[in-house]
Design a protein around this ligand. Structure first.
Ligand code: CP
Ligand code: NVA
Length: 309
């Protein structure tokens, strides 16, 4: 399958077959670590990495991936480049495009990564926006498959905020035929346009998408229980109010007792210690560090397919 030149703004733009291909490529690269280090498929290619927000996993996995594939990555914090000082997204894109072979961007507004792509002649990869986090979901799907086998028919329960990670999981799960139940406090449900899209994909794959305010109902018989911080980057001023509203949505041992006994617990990290108890986070069911490691293998597949081909 040829994905050369493609951008990844949201998993919406990828078919189930293309997602399947990226997951298989991730597995291949993970298993054959020495081969790609030897062949250096991205030799001579450069990736510009714009970061308007902080990052551990996304930055390190991408930088290491470019190094492993024989290419070069430039870290462009918006505190350092002119984008943070008033130069427009449109001009930033038109300049970078003439110098680099790919752009990865972590932005506040999803519209900004869309605009970067609009003016770019090279692949643009969304490294998290306020709406989506597609790279995370490729790593999540790989992790689920490694621990649970076939994705189709599994039940994933999301408990917490209807945020960027939740949105991308809705799209990814629905496309891969996974059932997903989302439990949030009232007013924090995922946006209706995302839910509608997920339900449309689910209709095609036979998956079930449920949006509820009932955490127990969501977690009952789940194969996978997932949460994320209740306070995303950029929402710091709302922290006190949100933490109060999310009190009944903390992933506790009492809550996960409703899941299947061999359920896995996932969290994209960073763990802020409010959204799940230490007992759940550190339990034998927790696969959060496998999930973090898979950020490397999946971004390597994305970069190799989009930039190398
Ligand atoms: N999960 C994730 O994207 O982590 P970082 O914010 O550290 O990149
Ligand atoms: N929802 C979180 C994810 C961090 C990886 C945020 O946007 O801050």
């Amino acid at each position: 399958m040829d994905l050369k030149g493609r951008s990844l703004l949201s998993l919406e733009d990828f078919t189930a077959n293309e997602i399947r291909f990226l997951l298989d490529e991730s597995k291949r690269l993970k298993a054959d670590f020495k081969a790609y280090k030897r062949t250096k498929p991205l030799s001579g290619l450069t990736l510009g990495m714009i970061f308007q927000k902080r990052s551990t996993r996304t930055r390190v996995s991408t930088e290491v991936a470019m190094y492993n594939l024989g290419g070069h990555a430039i870290f462009l914090s918006s505190a350092d480049i002119q984008l943070g000082g008033g130069e427009t997204v449109k001009d930033t894109s038109r300049v970078l495009t003439r110098m680099v072979d790919g752009v990865l961007a972590r932005v506040y507004s999803h519209d900004d990564v869309v605009e970067l792509a609009e003016y770019s002649t090279v692949p643009v990869i969304n490294a998290l926006s306020d709406k989506y986090h597609p790279l995370q979901i490729l790593a999540d799907l790989l992790t689920i498959e490694e621990h649970k086998g076939d994705l189709a028919g599994l039940k994933l329960a999301w408990v917490g905020d209807g945020n960027n990670v939740c949105n991308s999981l809705l799209i990814g799960c629905a496309k891969m035929g996974m059932n997903m139940s989302v439990a949030t406090p009232k007013g924090y449900e995922p946006p209706s346009d995302v839910v509608e899209k997920a339900k449309d994909y689910a209709d095609e794959t036979g998956a079930e998408i449920v949006i509820t305010n009932d955490a127990i109902a969501a977690v009952t018989s789940a194969d996978i229980v997932v949460t994320d911080t209740f306070v995303s980057m950029g929402e710091e001023e709302e922290a006190a109010a949100k933490l109060k509203e999310f009190e009944n949505y903390i992933v506790t041992e009492e809550l996960v007792a409703y899941a299947k006994p061999n359920y896995i617990f996932m969290h994209c990290l960073p763990y802020k210690h409010k959204e799940a108890t230490e007992e759940v986070f550190e339990s034998k069911n927790s696969v959060v560090f496998d999930e973090a490691e898979n950020r490397l293998h999946t971004v390597m597949a994305v970069l190799n397919c989009f930039m190398g081909g």
